[in-house]
Ligand binder design. Structure first.
Ligand code: PEP
Ligand code: MG
Length: 593
């Protein structure tokens, strides 16, 4: 296989965290978005005019860049998306902002980058504090434009993902959920990120789009240059810069060996997920709602266990209205019929934080902040629009409503009350919906886990969000690579919590499914089923292997495994039991590069 030549440069190997499987190779595309270190220096009086000319040149260059981006976006995404950049041009032409900056140079004597930032931030601060969505959006525009201008003034080029034209390996300091748009367009072959853990939201999206990804490589954006080639090994968390022909050959062979294994897994894709002792389980999908029809229909899954609705909100500058949401939900419901679709209500916040000002909050601890159900209950207008859209979609197939980040019974009661209000409204309007629609809660906070029995009185089902549950139980931020080694789902605290939730569900006859990343992890599948999971919901790419595994094992053995794991006193012990079960059940040896 010829993957391109890069013999001229020295090969370098970096070990990071494997975040999304697969191997990709291509030119590096650098994207650095962390805050710039803006220099602050006094400029002698006789050179201040020069600062002003630099400023004018910087504004001009920025204007030209924005015009170019606007044209590209208009061609690819249409006029509506492109119009965002008109607002940016307006900021660049804002006389008050420009004149105040020039005055700042004259009065303080500091360099133009510093003065422009000071003035722009005063505007941003003033706008952000005004309780008006439109004005807050202007603050976001100014922030974006300021950044661009300062990059230009400093002679640095910000790699703008909008400019990504050639299929490339994205090398970023951090990933943002809206980057998926670029992944979906097929221009991102693979991802290397300085920050992030395996369960960061952007990483989950990369996995769902089958984009190989390695995270947790601090300083990698400084180590890779724009004209380097990069190879991403998302199986083993390895990044190879300027791989030699020999390395490319080795990886070519690895790819074909993995392809053989995947062919075997794929044979199980459309078969029933039933164990050799005849216990059947539902394998469902985690989706964002922007997946192509083909993927939904041909994944081999029987339903959607987690429809993350944030993508709809993150890709837009305004909250999508009821009609737009209804259309999006109905499309998925119709495509998945007769299988059920569990639609999770808005889970904004945490790492699902829009670039734009929809949400409009900066918090010190976003994962423990004004997130998900907390935001929805304080914004009943937004929440009810979504609930109405979900209810209306329930007339077209089997739909369930799921609340994220539940931490108390009161939250479920309040959400259920709003569902009832929406039902009343729809009845009055003569709109069809499923009167018996099931409403359930995610169990992803320690408080919800501890009161699962109490929550059972208000919920038709539970779904365990292991991504958050693990981070909160262990107090380990799920996107912080510095402590990624402490994010350990095999920790006895996690195992005990999971067991407690399943037991409470069983006792109160409320079915418990799992939709966090553990549900698609072949090591954890036997354990979760053995503990009592009724359904597992995962990224589509995990379905074949999970089905293959289930079809090779007995439920009896899975229950026995669960009993042993619950008694285990440490994470290494748990890991060994899980690995041992997997390798005894799936007698395929995974090749290493
Ligand atoms: C989870 O927390 O496990 C989950 C499924 O939700 P998200 O990853 O979207 O926070
Ligand atoms: Mg969660």
């Amino acid at each position: 296989m010829v993957w391109g030549m890069s013999e001229m440069k020295e090969e370098r190997v970096y070990q990071g965290i494997a975040a999304a499987p697969g191997v990709a190779h291509g030119p590096a595309f650098l994207s650095v978005r962390s805050d710039l270190d803006i220099p602050k220096r006094l400029v002698p009086r006789e050179r201040r005019e020069e600062e002003i000319s630099r400023f004018e040149q910087g504004l001009l260059t920025t204007r030209q860049q924005i015009t170019q981006i606007r044209a590209e976006i208009e061609e690819r995404l249409g006029e509506d998306e492109a119009a965002i950049f008109d607002a940016h041009q307006m900021v660049l032409e804002d006389r008050a902002l420009i004149e105040e900056t020039i005055k700042e140079v004259a009065e303080t004597g500091y360099n133009i980058e510093f003065c422009f930032q000071q003035v722009a931030y005063r505007y941003i601060e003033a706008f952000s504090n005004i309780d008006d969505e439109y004005i807050r959006e202007r603050a976001a525009d100014i922030r974006d434009v300021t950044r661009r201008v300062i990059f230009n003034l400093m002679g640095r080029r910000e790699s703008d993902l909008d400019m990504l034209v050639e299929p490339s390996v994205l090398v970023a300091d951090d990933l943002h959920p809206s980057d998926t748009t670029h992944m979906a367009r097929g221009r991102v072959l693979g991802i290397i990120s300085e920050q992030g853990g395996r369960t960061g939201h952007s990483v989950i999206m990369a996995r769902s789009l089958n984009v190989p990804c390695v995270v947790g490589l601090p300083q990698i954006t400084n180590a890779i240059a724009a004209d380097d080639q990069a190879l991403v090994d998302g199986f083993d968390g390895i990044v190879i810069v300027n791989p030699s022909e020999q390395t490319l050959y080795r990886y070519g062979r690895l790819r074909s060996a993995r392809a053989d294994i995947e062919r075997r897994f794929n044979e199980a894709k459309f078969a029933e997920a039933s164990t050799t002792d005849d216990c059947r389980f539902a394998i469902q999908l985690n989706i964002e709602g922007n997946e192509p029809e083909d993927l939904l229909k041909n994944s081999g899954a029987t339903g959607v266990g987690l429809f993350r609705t944030e993508a709809l909100f993150l890709s837009s500058r305004e909250f999508p209205n009821e009609e737009a949401q209804f259309r999006a939900y109905r499309r998925v419901v119709e495509q998945m019929a007769p299988h059920p679709v569990t639609i999770r209500t808005l889970d904004l916040g945490g790492d699902k934080n829009p670039h734009n000002s929809l949400y409009g909050y900066q918090e010190a601890n976003p994962f423990m902040g004004f997130r998900a159900i907390r935001f929805c209950l304080e914004n009943p207008k937004v929440f009810k629009e979504q609930l109405r859209a979900i209810l209306r979609a329930s007339a077209y197939g089997k739909v369930k409503v799921m609340y994220p980040m539940i931490a108390s019974c009161e939250e479920v009661v309040a959400a259920n009350k709003l569902v009832e209000e929406c039902k009343d409204e729809l009845r009055r309007e003569g709109q069809a919906f499923d009167e018996k629609i099931a409403c359930g809660a995610m169990i992803e906070t320690p408080s919800a886990a501890v009161i699962t029995d109490l929550l059972a009185q208000h919920c038709d089902f539970f779904s365990i969000g292991t991504n958050d549950l693990v981070q909160y139980l262990l107090a380990v931020d799920r996107v912080n690579d510095r402590i990624a080694h402490l994010y350990e789902p095999a920790h006895p605290a996690v195992i005990r919590a999971l067991n407690f939730i399943f037991e409470a569900g069983r006792e109160h006859e409320v079915p418990v499914s799992v939709c966090g990343e553990l549900a698609g992890d072949p090591l954890y599948v036997p354990l979760l089923l053995g503990m009592g999971a009724s359904e597992l919901s995962m990224t589509w790419s995990c379905v074949p292997e999970v089905k293959y595994l289930i079809r090779e094992m007995t439920y009896r053995d899975a229950k026995r495994l669960a009993m042993r794991v619950i008694r285990a006193g440490s994470a290494p012990e748990v890991n060994e039991l899980l690995r041992d079960f997997y390798s005894r059940t799936v007698s395929i040896k995974m090749p290493q590069a």
